[in-house]
Write a protein that binds this ligand. Sequence first.
Ligand code: NAI
Length: 794
Amino acid sequence: MSIAEIFDTMDYGQAPESRELAVKWLSDHQGKFDLFINGAWAKPGSKKWFNSVNPATAQSLGKIAAANGEDVGKAVKAARKAQKSWQSIGGHARARHLYALARAVQRNARLLAVLESLDNGKPVRETRDIDIPLVARHFYHHAGWAQLQDQEFPEFEPMGVIGQIIPWNFPLLMLAWKIAPAIAAGNTVVLKPAEYTSLTALCFAEICKDAGLPDGVVNIVTGDGKTGEHLVTHPDVNKIAFTGSTEVGRRIRNATAGSGKHLTLELGGKSPFIVFEDADLDSAVEGVVDAIWFNQGQVCCAGSRLLLQEGIADKMVVKLKERMKTLRIGDPLDKSIDMGAIVAPVQVKTIEKLVETGQKEGAKMWQPDIDVPETGSFYPPTLFTEVQPAATIAQEEIFGPVIVTMTFRTPDEAVQIANNTRYGLAASVWSENINLALDIAPKLDCGVVWINSTNQFDAACGFGGNRESGYGREGGHEGMLEVLKPKTHLKPVQNKRKSQRKATQSGSPSTLPSLDRTAKLYIGGKQARPDSGYSLPVLSASGQKIGEIGHGNRKDIRNAVEAARKESAWTKINSHGRAQILYYLAENLDARRQEFAERLQTTTGVSSTLSIDEVNASINRLFSYAAWADKYESTVHSPPLRGVTLAMKEPIGTIGIICPDENPLLSLISLAGPALAMGNRIVLIPSENHPLCATDLYQVLDTSDFPAGAFNIVTGYHEELAQTLAEHDDVKSVWYFGSKEGSAAVEAASVGNMKRTWVNHGQARDWFNSAHAEGREFLRHATQIKNIWIPYGE
Ligand code: NAI
């Protein structure tokens, strides 16, 4: 072939990476792998091993142990035993260990890259240039957090033993995302890799041993979903961190509800890739390649919905098809291929089925005429046009190299289509107009936005989603807060008043003093009669009936949520404006300080001094949150890439708040304050036994300039109302401060739209102590971080 002909075809030759190192490593283990527990290999109690297969060749790479419940128990025990000393060696010592791990990953980079490619089927170019360097970067970055832990997180301590369950799409990278922050913070871990891709985790176990990591700090238990279940339900695990499908995430939420285990879920996505008319289309085409054909589209944040502005839609599709014809699919160890194998035949079947559905539903499918290997699990790059936004392929995660295209006319319509899924993980916005891009970014309901870029990751920048994409963030400062817990001193809730209330309710009302007026509910800025038309008696500390409150029901909660949903003005008011209104509320409460103190005295039976203290503390707290409103600020990360990342603290939306009985006014203000200061709308259920200080607030609220619907109050039985709030799709988070059983019920009911929950598991706080009842912990629960990546600098 002449040089001119080579230029004409632009064909690449083969550039195979040597598999030698990996083959040697596999044969050094005789192709059989045990579990890694307490720094040593351990045979599985089940005496069962399963095959790990190279998806590009369908050949076995080795046998992997299947851990049973007993094995998981041993791993958790080893982790527990190691935890205290790992914590107490201090941040600097841990930093040195993480640094050693980072160095060891770099030393073994070639072995890890090839092994990952063999096991998962992804191109070695990706494992070599993206996965493994990012793994090392994670350990370096988190060595830094360990070093700075005492200065940066003085009020926090490690959670203890963390169970981590990871998927197969980025096996070693997900391991690093999970393990690096957890052990940096002083936790120990039991990690379960995905059954398709355990090899690099086992190789990493050896690296830990060689690098001198103390025994028991990192334990690896291999196996399938059953092994995962054992880990999830083990009583001595303090937290579960999961990445995988929304379906399994839901099961894990259910299984851990009420257990007191902290939970973070990083689930699926159907992320939009939005191209405006003024975008640089050639760059956008390359962006699409990285968005959906990177890792064969098996990426939770893959840009799988291409939204094109009408004027450029046809042109963009033509360009994209041309580019697709040049994609090379084949042996993952060939450094010049673009797409490798799909992880397993079952995943290929899933992709095929969804593609078939797409065609049946009327969308138009196109695949380039390129060579696709006949053996192994391969699937060609695929483009759908003429897709309806409600079509299955526009809504379901395909998790393969398949992109669906839709068009839009205006920026508003783009946002509407972009947000029209149950997920909310990531989005990519392409426009040469920075004003337009930065106008769109805040309107997208997701955890990450890339401007004129896509699929960028760094250890310093948080990653995670909204809605059914899960909750919690991994990476950076916010990721550290997911593996630490505040050093608060909680005590069991005293619940003796409940039985009193019930006794009197069933007693004869005629023996009680005459009623004063019945307090209604407060919905949409107005007092509203409860839907049931019924009221409930309220008792004084001495058991006398002192009033009645509305018996709120499901319908009232729905009305309140609707009022909150419609009230977008509160979120749009700037932080200064919100602070002003909180100050005003404090001022109005101050004007009626004596009246509230007397109410507290009668209802809770505290002394006059304590009751006036509680009102004063409530006013003080409102001042605090007025102060915080413009001081809990967003940050800017400088990842080692060409760009900056704005870590924007955004309100969550509508928050349902169920208040405790202790210090009924102060606890109510302590919970409503941060939620409102951060721009959320609230539906608040006041103390069940002492609700009158909340109903007395109606008049104070009337004169405090809150937009109607920002602050709603529904009185009634906690169990019933909390359940409705937790099940409601428009409620994005529920804070529950009541009994242990109630906490469990809220967590279980939250699985519907995978909403965030913050529950106290029957533990009480000292509401007077501002170190435990005010500040950053509360503000963190009132916000979610959106990381917006912007090209910046050279
Ligand atoms: P999966 O969610 O079933 O597996 C992820 C991990 O969870 C694996 O380690 C698995 O062994 C474990 N697991 C499974 N059932 C469990 C249970 N009941 N309790 C505890 N752990 C359990 O994902 P799978 O089957 O591998 O893939 C199915 C679909 O999930 C994909 O087609 C894709 O749509 C989605 N997925 C999303 C990922 C993401 O990063 N968002 C990653 C992997 C899959």
